[in-house]
Every structure is written in structure tokens, then in C-alpha cells.
Design a protein around this ligand. Sequence first.
Ligand code: E4P
Length: 216
Amino acid sequence: MKFFADTAKIEEIRELAATGLLDGVTTNPSLIHKSGRNFLEVVQEIAQLVPGPVSAEVVALDFDEMMREAEILRRIGGNIAIKVPLTPAGLKACKALTGEGTMVNVTLCFSAAQALLAAKAGATFISPFVGRHDDVAFDGMALIADIRLIYDNYDFPTEILVASVRHPMHVVEAARIGADVMTAPPKIIHQLFKHPLTDAGVASFLKDWQATGQKI
Ligand code: E4P
């Protein structure tokens, strides 16, 4: 399973990239707003820092304007995945962009029907939002399982990118289902390392080692 960081904060990305476990980054207009940075500048920095796919979202709602924005974004680097909303115009842009060899992440997916459309439009990634689904009392993970089943039925190459991840168990459940990618805020990726028995084990081994008086 690939791990993407869901943030536009350079320091957070740098720290995660140093672990060697980071495969890509996703941004959205809200994350750009939170970063307080210029959109094009911050995406450029991220794309230089992380070799894997870096999702940058268009904000236009009509096809022509989406394509104009996508043109500016994809010039930033070969690892830019253009993020388009799951709308008719977004899927038309998806088809056109992937036809030209550009990666496309279709975002704001909330149903299996939408995921099927995105795969037919040639999406590189489909982003179902599990957390926002759970927030309104729908089962976000059931959606991931449905999409996995449908994509496998037809061998669609579109990668399932589990988004709107809110806690470590979302990551574990997505991995159980066989999602290809998950994107999570750095805080959640750091939480994945944590187990109290690991901390206790490290502390007791260290104490016993010090008692031996030896050095390596
Ligand atoms: C990433 O691609 C999505 O935009 C992001 O995961 C949405 O997360 P949120 O629902 O926590 O805003």
C-alpha cells in the first residue's frame, strides 16, 4: 500500500520523506489555505522534495478553464497529478489529461457509481472520502470494499486512493480491503508507529542493557 501525506506544509513533508516511507503527497484548496503559502510555489517545492505523485487541484468548474489551470499545474513537473472534482466537466478533463499522459486524481468521490465513472474516464487515482462519509453516518469503508470489487471485476487500472482518513484504523481497514493508496494527515501517519508495548519494551531493554555496563 502506498502512503501519501495529506498536507501542504513543507516541514511535515520533509520529516515524513526522511523516514523513507512516503510515496506521494495530496493537497487541496483547504490545505493550501492552511499552509498560508502561494499555491504554485508550494506545489513546486513539494514536487521537488517528493519524487512520487503530488496532487494539485484545479478550482475551475468548467472544462476549458480546468484544462487551462491543469496546463499551468502540470508544467511544474512530471510527478504532478492533476486533481479534478467528480463532475461531468471534471471527468471530461480527466479523459483529456490522461489521454495526454498526465496523471489525474479524481476527487470528492462518495459512491461506487461515481468511482465506476472515474475508472471509465481513465483516472489514475480515485479518491473516495471515507471520513466525510462516516461523518454523515454512511460506512466509508464499505464504499472502499465496493470500489475494490468493481475495479477487480473489470481489471480497471485506476488506483483506489483512500482519502479523508481520520484515524489509524482507517488505514488498517483500507489495507485489509486492498486499497492501493491511502492519504492521511502527517499526525495520523506518525500515530501508526505507536504502541505502548513497543515503548515499554524499548525502555526495559535499555534499562537492562545499561545494567550490563557494556557498549557496542
Ligand atoms: C485528499 O486528497 C482529500 O482532499 C483529503 O483527504 C480530504 O480530507 P478531509 O475530509 O479531512 O478534509
